[in-house]
Design a protein around this ligand. Structure first.
Ligand code: ZN
Length: 114
C-alpha cells in the first residue's frame, strides 16, 4: 500500500529517528506527537525520556517512500504547536530586535524592569 494513503505513515519514519542526538538514548515512540500535517509532509515533535531534550522532525512523502529531516529545538510540544500557526517574523521586527539587543545597558534594563 502506498505510504501516502496511510494517515499514520509518519510513524514509519520514526524507525530512522531512533536515537536522541544529545544523549544517544533510544526514543520511546509513544513520545512522538504530530503537530502539523499537509498532504505530503508531517511535522513531528519528540521528547527524549532520558535528557528531556526536544527534537522536531519533518517527515516528507517522496514518491512511494518517506524522507525525514530534523533538528534539536528548545520548543516544547505546546510551543511548537502554537508557534507553527504564528505568522513569521518580518524583516522590520528582526532589525528592531537586533537594535534593542545592541543598545547599551540592554541587560541591565531587563533586570530593572522586574
Ligand atoms: Zn536525550
Amino acid at each position: 500500500m502506498p505510504v501516502h494513503n496511510n494517515p499514520e505513515s509518519w510513524r514509519e519514519a520514526l524507525k530512522f529517528i531512533n536515537r536522541c542526538p544529545i544523549c544517544s538514548s533510544s526514543y520511546k515512540v509513544e513520545t512522538a506527537k504530530l503537530f502539523a500535517k499537509t498532504d505530503t509532509a508531517s511535522l513531528v515533535h519528540l521528547t527524549c525520556s532520558s535528557c528531556s531534550s526536544y527534537f522536531v522532525a519533518m517527515v516528507i512523502v517522496v514518491g512511494q517512500g518517506l524522507s525525514s529531516v530534523g533538528m534539536v529545538t528548545d520548543l516544547s510540544y505546546d510551543d511548537a504547536r502554537r508557534l507553527y500557526a504564528a505568522p513569521a517574523l518580518t524583516t522590520d521586527e528582526l532589525i528592531e530586535g537586533y537594535t534593542e539587543l545592541n543598545k547599551e545597558f540592554f541587560l541591565q534594563s531587563l533586570l530593572l524592569k522586574g
